[in-house]
Design a protein around this ligand. Structure first.
Ligand code: OAD
Length: 247
């Protein structure tokens, strides 16, 4: 990993660190990303699966796809990138982990101050009465009905055309604007409004760092890019942070 002295200086003194993660942080756990070669959106059209109209048209089809993804996500394990981020939360006085991922791997790795912008696949709710269902039979391929009102149960994930959860987005925007250092990790930064967060942070004066295996559309807008796999770079960075902060 090649990093600048400036980054080390910033991390040595940083009080407030925020991180935006995307599918790339879970790639090495075996969760497919969306836009990389062989990614999810190469196999499926988002409008077939990830929107409310598709769900109403063929709820069983959409439900069974999410059940399949749930199976994958439960089988995989957090990787060293997830674990390093969980450790960083304990080091900096303020550490906000903002994620677009729905796979729950940050939580399973030990992170606690997590803001989920696109929901969480482990949660489900009734589209009629909004009752939440956490324990569902993962084998059930036909859409489940609400035990209170009979409404259809959907995964608590943000679909195309839907608003992001207001409280979470507000928190993320404030954290971005109030960071000393802001990391953008494993995201193509092509989906808004999440993709605006690194720009908000940079404009507000945060030292902005990207970690990705490839350049992205925002790379040139940021202060520094660390090129490589997050599961390798983050543990290295964590060791360096421990060294310079004597933690
Ligand atoms: P993408 O698939 O768009 O981008 C994944 C990014 O991770 C790319 O920039 C890759 O270069 C990078 N990457 C892949 N492997 C990596 C690794 N091992 N280490 C570091 N970087 C790696 O995924 P997202 O940006 O997360 O939304 O996609 C954003 C949103 O688009 C998702 O949350 C989802 C999708 O439609 C919803 O479902 C609402």
């Amino acid at each position: 990993m090649i990093y600048s002295d400036r980054l080390i200086e910033k991390l040595k003194n940083a009080e407030k660190v925020s991180v935006l993660t995307g599918a790339g942080v879970s790639a090495e756990s075996g969760v497919p990303t969306f836009r990389d070669p062989g990614g999810i959106w190469e196999k499926f059209r988002p409008e077939q699966l990830a929107n409310f109209e598709a769900f109403m048209k063929d709820p069983d089809f959409v439900w069974s796809w999410y059940q399949h993804r749930r199976e994958i996500m439960r089988e995989v394990k957090p990787n060293n990138g997830h674990f390093a981020l969980a450790e960083m939360e304990k080091i900096f006085p303020s550490f906000s982990l903002i994620t677009q991922n729905i796979d729950n791997l940050h939580y399973r790795a030990g992170s606690r101050n997590i803001t989920e912008l696109h929901g969480n696949i482990e949660r489900n709710y009734c589209i009629k009465c909004r009752t939440f269902f956490h324990e569902i039979d993962i084998q059930e391929k036909k859409v489940l009905k609400c035990t209170n009102c009979g409404g259809l149960i959907r995964p608590d994930v943000v679909w195309f055309g839907e608003m992001l959860p207001v409280k979470e987005l507000k928190y993320a925007e404030n954290a971005a604007a109030d960071s000393d250092v802001f990391f953008t990790i494993g995201t193509s930064a092509e989906v808004y409004p999440a993709a605006l967060l690194p720009i908000i942070a940079k404009r507000a004066g945060a030292y902005s760092v990207e970690i990705n295996i490839n350049p992205t559309v925002i790379s040139f807008d940021l202060d520094e890019t660390l090129t490589g796999k997050s599961a390798e770079i983050l543990p290295e960075l964590l060791n360096k942070i421990k060294e310079i902060r004597n933690n």
